[in-house]
Every structure is written in structure tokens, then in C-alpha cells.
Design a protein around this ligand. Structure first.
Ligand code: ATP
Length: 364
């Protein structure tokens, strides 16, 4: 049992504020990803949970118990870093057994645990290999095993896959999720890679410049980003955002996008919220959530680039601030210089206040 609560957590290094008043509840057994660009304060937050850094102010509670002054070794946390920390002169088996041995576990239990964790992480055939003969991919797997074997109630992973190759990363994403399901630990996973967060986490805490931007399930942050930072950061490519001004039309409320013309009318609930807001807005839609206009009515934009990734086609339309990307899950015929007329799917359109960047309408 280990729920984590961060309460008004602040971290300053001299004059620099790395984390500004973070409040976050992580449920027992939950897989929470801390996601954001480099320097946003993810590792700082993680280090404070681990007990490697003291908060400047605020509290960290494990199951309601204040962790202030509790050293790392007494917090019941397992920690895996970006750079695997393993003993290269030892075999995989010795590395895995190291933690339980230090804790004085009986030999039979150590053997059983090593066998089980090796099986789970597909290390069984490598158990008697020396670590200095293994690839970076395998070493990181051993590092994860070394922490996991202690079955910590809280498992903290800081960019554990950033040094392994892409194919292996995909395998490890699945394995880490299995590992967590099996042990039901509370897992906090730091990453700047939204794909990792989206595929593994139960919920994602999106951070930028030391500020928590939004907490939600992968689908919540994808479908209903709280602000333009989250809208752009989540998704590959991120959400398209076009600046414009709300305008009444005989078909309902539209967004006047200047030279690009007017958008299709907004759905009623969104239109009502946008009417209550004053000033310019950003009209947002996901690259995957568009169709080609059947009747020629839509946003007509010049094709500026076409990327074909297998059967997936990413089409770049327009340029600069009025540029968007659209994704089609087929091998669409599209040539640079042609005009494409697109219609964002009405229900997936999101509108943001241009001045504050905040989503207009309910963020569910
Ligand atoms: P990355 O993925 O690059 O590690 P991050 O989101 O984990 O990014 P942090 O490592 O938490 O970011 O760092 C947040 C900010 O705090 C950065 O600007 C970093 O330079 C600064 N910082 C971190 N540790 C210290 C320190 N000991 N002294 C001064 N500044 C620090």
C-alpha cells in the first residue's frame, strides 16, 4: 500500500525555482507518468519523492505519512535511472541477487526471486553472463530487474529507456507495464517522450517550466488538453492551432481565420462557451481528426510537404502560423502545390483563449 501525495511542493535552487507549488495525488498501485520537456522539473520532483533532495517547502506524504526527514533507504522506494547503475564485473545473476543479499534474504528465496524476475524480463538465458559483455539494452533491463526484485511499494523510474534503441524501447514499454501489473506497485515514471507516457501510464502529469499543466488519463490529455502547451505537447504531431476571431454566421458560430476563411460552425456547447469568452482564440484540431471535404466546403490550404510513413501519410498544409499537419491512415495521393480542402471533425475541435492559452469550455 503506497499512495503518494505532493502538497504545495516547491523546489528552489538559489534564485531559480525548479518547481512551483505542485499538488498531485498518486493512488496506490497507479502508474503515473511525469511528462514534459527537458528542464521542466520532472527529475527534481522525482528526486524529492525518492528522498534524494529536500523540498524548499511543501510536503510529501506516503499513505498519509509525512516523509520529511525520512532518508531514501527507509522510504521503501526502488529507483531506476537513465544511466543503469550495475556492477559490470558481476554476472546478471549476481547483479539481480545483490539487493536481496544485502537485505539478508535466505538463499532459497533469493534464487526463487532471481528466477522469477529473470523470466519476467527475459533475462533467463543471460543469467550467467558477465555484465560487461552485455549491450546497453540488456544492461538497462538488468538495472530494472535489480530494483524490481526488491518489490518496492513505490517504483520510481527516471527516463529508463532514453539510452536504449527504438525497437527495444517498444518491447520494454510492454514489459514495464506487465511488471507493474504483476507487482501492483505505485509507479512514477519520468519521461519527455509522450509516446511512453501515453502507452504505459494510467494517468499523466504534464509539466512545463516547473508548473504542473494538467493531470489526466492519456485519453483525457489527448482529447481535452487544458491549455495550448498540453495541446501541442501531446500527440505526434501535436494539435493544430490556428488563430482567429469568433464570428456569427447563418450556420452558427464560426471562427474567422482571416485569409484562410471561416471554419465550419462549432458544436452548440462549445459555441456557447466561446460566446462567453472575449477576444481572439486558437482553433484547435488533431491532425488525425480531419476528413477531406466532400462538397468543397472546408479549410482550403496548399500542400507544402508530404511524409509517407508506410501506409500513414502526414500532409503539411500552409506555412508558419497558418500551417497545419493532417494525418491519414492510408496511402493518400497528395502532391506539393495542390490545394487540399479539409474539415476538422466537429466533435473533436477545441478552442483556446489566445491571450491565456487556456481551453475554453469544460475540460473533462
Ligand atoms: P531533464 O529531462 O533534462 O532532466 P527535467 O524536467 O527532469 O529535465 P530537472 O532535472 O528537474 O528537469 O531540472 C529542472 C530545472 O532545475 C532545470 O533548469 C535544471 O537546470 C535545474 N536544476 C536541477 N538541479 C539543479 C541543481 N542542483 N542546482 C541548480 N539547478 C538545478
Amino acid at each position: 500500500m503506497s499512495a503518494i501525495r505532493l502538497e504545495n511542493l516547491v523546489k528552489r535552487f538559489g534564485d531559480f525555482t525548479a518547481l512551483k507549488t505542485m499538488d498531485l495525488d498518486i493512488a496506490d498501485g497507479e502508474f503515473m507518468a511525469l511528462l514534459g520537456p527537458s528542464g521542466c522539473g520532472k527529475s527534481t520532483t522525482m528526486n524529492m519523492i525518492a528522498g534524494m533532495e529536500d523540498p524548499t517547502s511543501g510536503r510529501i506524504l506516503f499513505d498519509g505519512r509525512d516523509m520529511a526527514g525520512v532518508p531514501m533507504g527507509r522510504r521503501g522506494v526502488g529507483f531506476v535511472f537513465q544511466n543503469y547503475a550495475i556492477f559490470t564485473h558481476m554476472t546478471v545473476r549476481q547483479n539481480l541477487a545483490y539487493g536481496p543479499r544485502m537485505h539478508g534474504r535466505p538463499r532459497a528465496e533469493i534464487e526463487r526471486r532471481v528466477g522469477a524476475i529473470a523470466e519476467l524480463l527475459q533475462l533467463t538465458p543471460l543469467l550467467d553472463r558477465r555484465a560487461d559483455r552485455l549491450s546497453v539494452n540488456i544492461l538497462q533491463r538488468v538495472a530494472i530487474g535489480r530494483s524490481a526484485i526488491l518489490e518496492p511499494a513505490i517504483f520510481l523510474l527516471d527516463e529508463p529507456l532514453s539510452n536504449v534503441d527504438a525497437a527495444f524501447r517498444a518491447v520494454m514499454r510492454t514489459e514495464l507495464k506487465h511488471l507493474q501489473r504483476q507487482f501492483r506497485q505505485t509507479m512514477v515514471y519520468v519521461t519527455h517522450d509522450q509516446l511512453e507516457a501515453m502507452t504505459m501510464a494510467d494517468r499523466i502529469a504534464v509539466m512545463d517550466h516547473g508548473v504542473l499543466q494538467q493531470v489526466g488519463t492519456p485519453l483525457e490529455v489527448y482529447n481535452n488538453p487544458a491549455n495550448v502547451f498540453v495541446a501541442r505537447f501531446i500527440g505526434a504531431p501535436g494539435m493544430n492551432l490556428l488563430r482567429g476571431r469568433p464570428a456569427e454566421s447563418d450556420r452558427g458560430l464560426v471562427i474567422d481565420l482571416g485569409p484562410l476563411g471561416a471554419t465550419p460552425p462549432l458544436p452548440d456547447a462549445l459555441a456557447a462557451a466561446v460566446r462567453r469568452n472575449s477576444g481572439d482564440v486558437l482553433y484547435g484540431f488533431r491532425p488525425e481528426q480531419v476528413s477531406l471535404a466532400a462538397d468543397g466546403r472546408g479549410l482550403a490550404m496548399p500542400i507544402t510537404f508530404v511524409e509517407r510513413i508506410g501506409a500513414r501519410t502526414v500532409v503539411h498544409l500552409g506555412e508558419g502560423d497558418s500551417g497545419v499537419k493532417v494525418v491519414f491512415e492510408n496511402d493518400l495521393s497528395a502532391a506539393i502545390g495542390e490545394t487540399m480542402v479539409i474539415v476538422p471533425n466537429a466533435e473533436s475541435v477545441r478552442v483556446f483563449d489566445a491571450a491565456s492559452g487556456r481551453a475554453i469550455g469544460a475540460v473533462r
